[in-house]
Design a protein around this ligand. Structure first.
Ligand code: ATP
Ligand code: MG
Length: 565
């Protein structure tokens, strides 16, 4: 390709609305343009990156036994009513009506469509297992579309669905996908971690998220360097510290005027936050419940919601709290509560002579002890784990990092096959529900994550495997005929050798071409200048390291081929 003929509108200015670096750089490098919130066009160079990522995904899916197909984007409401998701998916589902007023949606994911296909085409165990996938636009009317390609409303996803005879088969398919995902993200040149994740409403079954490590990531993960345990904080556990052995002191009511927060209480009683009890009330689908964690902890609302199995969980209103406790939120505690389920975090059980609200305005209790002074409906794990906690597997200290979720794999089991009646007849002639898994990768989010992880103040530093072009050949002065001729020769030879190369033949100052090359992030830049003509040498710049080598013109093609292949 010749840059003069490319649609490559690079920008000097940073787009005002872009908050994260990948959004800024992808727009500035002329790779994407916005049409509406969360809806983008991919320009030729951006689309090349998308296609390269997609090609890697395809190879790995095929290698794992996947078969590519293409499912419709427009999906009839009937299937979503059958699975039960039409009414629970909520505002994220793009819904539409056809001219006959029939309901449809734009696919945010394809469990319904593919399960419908498979229930009609598969009837015998002999047809299983099956791994079917597609790479296609998905539609989700996200509440907060942002960060460019990171959280769009229309975005590219690879989604694969596995169909097996039994749980063991599912585990095998899951492992194949896990391995394939490791290959995909490794080949894309990313630093990532598979982490245990929350399975949410589907419940129980195993699921992993693949996190690209980056400070701009929306997710927080904890991990252990000793044993490789890694989990999304939504789901992370920790090992309990040893129980204190102090003797119980007698309960004491303390006057604590205007002490509303944990911080104020720490100062007032002069005890560490670990000795305090934090008591919160939630409204779970209309029912009020109480949750107690240690004062230095946050309640993990995802764990709590999974535990309660409710659809909606929010903090209870002050009115509801007052009605139940006779006090205001700053002074509530677990002692003497009646007519409400109390979920006590495991760590609270170990607190000896703690401090808790007294359910009386301006008062707390001192020397509160679980068992003696209050009890629990259930002792549970509802705390947010953080760096410094002990690894649940080996007891070493956990670290934390931020991550971008680029993929997630999921053991679905028979949720959809049972709802839609996707059965097969086994070897004994018995009808069984097909056991399913689903596996997604965000192609655009992977591209954005690659930029988050690989850039400097000048622009993008593409990992070689997903760079829009591997090499740019830059004649310093396009007006100098000999320079252009030599540049063209190098370009042609590289192209013939199968290298992805562009020739920056624009009539621009060298500085403009160099800064564009840095912004766009080609891994290698070959500069043809005066010295090429006089001394027969070229400069080869490595974008990632900034290293510049001077190489003889005769060797450069061979040298670059070796670097690229
Ligand atoms: P998130 O929690 O970030 O909203 P999700 O868990 O809902 O994502 P999945 O349903 O697991 O997403 O989708 C599979 C993959 O699709 C994700 O791992 C992510 O890479 C990508 N993806 C999901 N939502 C978006 C989006 N709005 N924009 C871009 N990519 C997305
Ligand atoms: Mg996910």
């Amino acid at each position: 390709m010749r840059v003069s003929a490319l649609m490559l509108p690079t920008l000097r200015e940073v787009p005002a609305e872009a908050e994260v670096i990948s959004h800024k750089l992808l727009v500035r490098a002329g790779m994407i343009r916005k049409s509406a919130a969360g809806i983008y066009s991919y320009l030729p160079l951006g689309w090349r990156v998308m296609q390269k990522i997609a090609a890697i995904i395809r190879e790995e899916m095929d290698r794992a036994g996947g078969q590519e197909l293409l499912l419709p984007i427009v999906q009839p409401a009937e299937l979503w009513l059958e699975s039960g998701r039409w009414n629970v998916y909520g505002a994220e589902l793009f819904r539409l009506k056809d001219r006959h007023q029939r309901d449809f949606c734009l696919g945010p994911t394809h469990e319904e469509i593919i399960t419908d296909l498979v229930r009609r085409e598969v009837s015998s165990y002999k047809q299983l297992p099956l791994l079917l996938y597609q790479i296609q636009s998905k539609f989700r009317d996200e509440r907060r579309p942002r960060f460019g390609l990171m959280r769009g409303r229309e975005f590219m996803m690879k989604d694969l669905y596995s169909f097996d005879r039994d749980e063991e088969g599912l585990k095998r398919s899951y492992q194949k996908m896990y391995d394939a995902y490791v290959n995909v993200f490794t080949r894309c040149g990313l630093t990532f971690r598979p982490v245990e994740a929350d399975s949410g409403a589907i419940g129980g079954s195993a699921t992993h998220e693949f996190m690209v490590l980056a400070n701009s990531g929306e997710a927080e993960i904890v991990y252990c360097e000793e044993c490789n345990y890694a989990a999304n904080v939504e789901r992370a556990k920790n090992m309990l510290a040893e129980k204190e052995t102090e003797e119980f002191q007698s309960l004491e009511l303390l006057y604590t005027p205007d002490v509303h927060t944990i911080e104020q209480l720490v100062d007032f009683v002069n005890l560490p936050a670990e000795r305090l009890l934090k008591t919160l009330f939630y409204d779970a689908d209309g029912k009020i419940i109480c949750a107690v964690v240690r004062g230095d902890r946050e309640v993990n609302e995802i764990k709590l919601q999974n535990l309660l199995g409710c659809l909606e969980l929010k903090l209870a209103s002050d009115d509801a709290i007052e009605q139940l406790t006779g006090s205001t939120p700053g002074f509530v505690g677990p002692i003497g509560l009646q007519g409400v389920s109390v979920y006590v975090d495991e760590e609270v059980v170990s607190v000896v002579n703690g401090v808790a609200g007294a359910n009386k305005v301006d008062h707390h209790y001192l020397n509160v002890n679980y068992g003696r002074d209050f009890s629990a409906t259930d002792i549970v794990d509802i705390r947010v784990v953080r760096a410094g906690d002990l690894c649940p597997r080996c007891g070493a200290t956990l670290n934390s990092a931020r991550g971008i979720e680029v993929g997630q794999i999921f053991q679905l089991g028979t949720k959809y096959s049972k709802a839609l009646g996707a059965n097969f007849v086994d070897e004994k002639g018995q009808e069984q529900p097909i056991v399913m898994g689903c596996y997604g990768i965000g192609v655009g989010r992977t591209m954005a994550a690659a930029v988050e992880q690989n850039h400097d103040e000048k622009g993008i530093i593409w990992p070689l495997a997903i760079a829009p072009f591997e090499v740019v050949v830059v004649p310093v002065s396009s007006k100098e005929e000999i320079q252009m001729e030599l540049a063209n020769k190098v370009y042609q030879e590289l192209k013939q050798a199968g290298v992805d190369v562009v020739l920056d033949d624009r009539d621009e100052r060298a500085g403009v071409k160099f800064s564009d090359a840095d912004l766009i992030g080609y891994p290698y830049r070959i500069t043809i200048g005066k010295k090429t003509v006089s001394e027969h040498t070229v400069d080869l710049k490595h974008r990632a390291t900034g290293e510049e080598e001077t190489i003889s013109l005769d060797n450069v093609v061979e040298h670059v081929i070796r670097l690229v292949k």
